[in-house]
Design a protein around this ligand. Sequence first.
Ligand code: M6R
Length: 606
Amino acid sequence: MCGIIGITSNKPVSSSIINSLKKLEYRGYDSAGIATILDGGINEVKCEGRVKTLENNISKIKMLGTVGIGHVRWATHGAPSTLNAHPHSSESVSVVHNGIIENSTLLKKFLVEKGHKFKSQTDTEVIVHLITEYLKENDLKSSILKMLKKLHGSFALGIIFKDEPDLIIGARRGSPLAVGYGPNENYLGSDSYALKSMTNKISYLNDGEFCILKKNSVEFFDESGNKVNKKILELSSEDTSYDKGDYKHFMAKEIEEQPQTIKNCINEYLDKINKDINLLNFPWNKNEISSVTLIGCGTAYHSCLMAKHWFEQLTKLDVYVDIASEFRYRNNRFKKDNLYIFVSQSGETADTYAALDLCNKNNMKTCSVVNVVESSIARDSNFVLPIHCGPEIGVASTKAFLGQMLVLYIFALKLSYIRKDIDKENYLKKINSLLSLSELVKKSLDTDSQVQSACNSFVDAKGSMFLGRGSSFPIALEGALKLKELAYIHAEGYPAGEMKHGPLALIEDGMPVVVIAPRDDYYNKTISNMQEVIARGAKVLLITNKSTDEVFSENIWQKIEVENTDQDLLPFLITIPLQKLAYHSALKKGYDIDKPRNLAKSVTVE
Ligand code: M6R
């Protein structure tokens, strides 16, 4: 959350900073700002709103500094406004910050007593004044060390100094920060994505470290100020296409890409000749694991819930699922034979990272299912299962959800086979079904026009419900989350069998209700629950799969049928019309689909 960029070069940096901020805008889009050093002074431009506005403002002036920092903000302390936008500067120092300074109130009191005047309502401004204060009596490095020791909370920082026209300080605790290397210039970025158009040579700061960047040198230090040697990593060229192409929105593109992302993932994990799953260096043997705990946030949490269903169906392992922000504060019983699986598209979600960190500190077996393989969660897990989806830019997670589910399914199936919980014949059958998944997902994309006509009833609704049982329950939660975050329509995902224990009271004439009832073991039960809501006036959109059996259709308002396949894989096919429902509803309402209000792509604050 929030994006940082810093560049020190032998040429003016403001336009490169603006270009990188445009890439980082998915991390926050409340306000934006840039500061450069020129003629012994700090030149700062900030605005409320998008990077485009910042760019327009900058085009009216000359920003010729060759060292600079930029920021896109997702507000935590203080409303989105020009005043609260980053960078925050004193006469001598300018700072951009991701994260939260938890002891900012105390620090502010101390600084005000020393005569410092604050301009914003942000926690960040204490950093500016702390450095300014320490610089009075210390050299630059000691001032940074002293300042870092005073801060509680999580942060990634980019700092420039009036008297240092070639130097940027980067520091991290909790929030990610990367350094990029270029010819006669070096870069700082809150993720490597922002740096990719400038370099593919990257290093990552570890927790507690800081760095000093000059245009021709980079030095890293630990929290005591000792020099640290860093590996320079070469980023893969795989993730270089970041434009929308002919699509109106990244989300539309990412939905349509799903057959291909399924194909990519299957190519990575399935040995098509020997009909087997290859988990590539899986480090534990079957006797070392008797249970698994799956942990994630938001959509990733929903894929964990989905995986629980598969792990329980396919293996005899005990399976637990937790929301990362709950897990990290729970009095957990850590068990040596438990495998902890962390699911995250970005690999940078603060709560998921903290849960992983807690498990690592307790010497647990940790595994992550991530999209961004250079991310903190991937780097700090014992074992990584990448989802190979390519960059997901739309704030609403779509292709990463399918990718996470697919990798978790493949993982569960392989564990089941290794443990002999499934026989060879069934294992091979399921592998064959996986091989046709991409084509079936493609057919689900054809539901577009049906979804478009259904969404008319959702856009005007006060609220809606998404019901499902078994594997359809996590999909119901995901469908509801998508509609909430994109179309700002209240939507609740509920286990269909639970309706009569309370939420049935919400159903009134004309309320749109999505019932997810594929022909699986729960079909008849869910259809009965559907009748209960229809009887109370609900307008039901039934999502099921094609079958030769008669489908109950009396009083159903609309029905969408996806293709037929192995029961285990139906959730993949059903997810597509739900993603489209949210997309088209938001489009009809004229909302900003790739940047929904109040949200950001990568939630790097608690
Ligand atoms: O990057 P992560 O997968 O860890 O992100 C987790 C959630 O923040 C994310 O899935 C969020 O719920 C999405 N906006 C949902 O579309």
